[in-house]
Design a protein around this ligand. Structure first.
Ligand SMILES: [Zn+2]
Length: 82
């Protein structure tokens, strides 16, 4: 079972681990959805990430499992305030 709906708003960039407020650039590969997230978007902890041929699976020790999502959600997160 996946349970991610603990915190409503992402606070950290899941690719760089920096707070979203800092607007740290996301690597191009991550932007294109080619890389799995490495940090929890809610607490900034490093996650345990497993990459599989069809996607990826990441787990935060506090917030549980994340799985690869449709492009919509990642796109929304990475676009920020363009
Ligand atoms: Zn977390």
């Amino acid at each position: 079972m996946t349970a991610v709906a603990v915190a409503p708003e992402p606070v950290y960039c899941e690719f760089t681990g920096h707070p979203l407020a800092e607007n740290v650039p996301i690597p191009e590969t991550a932007r294109l959805g080619l890389e799995p997230p490495r940090y929890c978007r809610f607490c900034g902890r490093r996650m345990i990430v497993q990459v599989a041929p069809h996607g990826w699976h990441a787990r935060c020790s506090r917030h549980g499992d994340l799985e690869s999502t449709p492009a919509g959600e990642l796109g929304r997160l990475s676009r920020g305030t363009d």
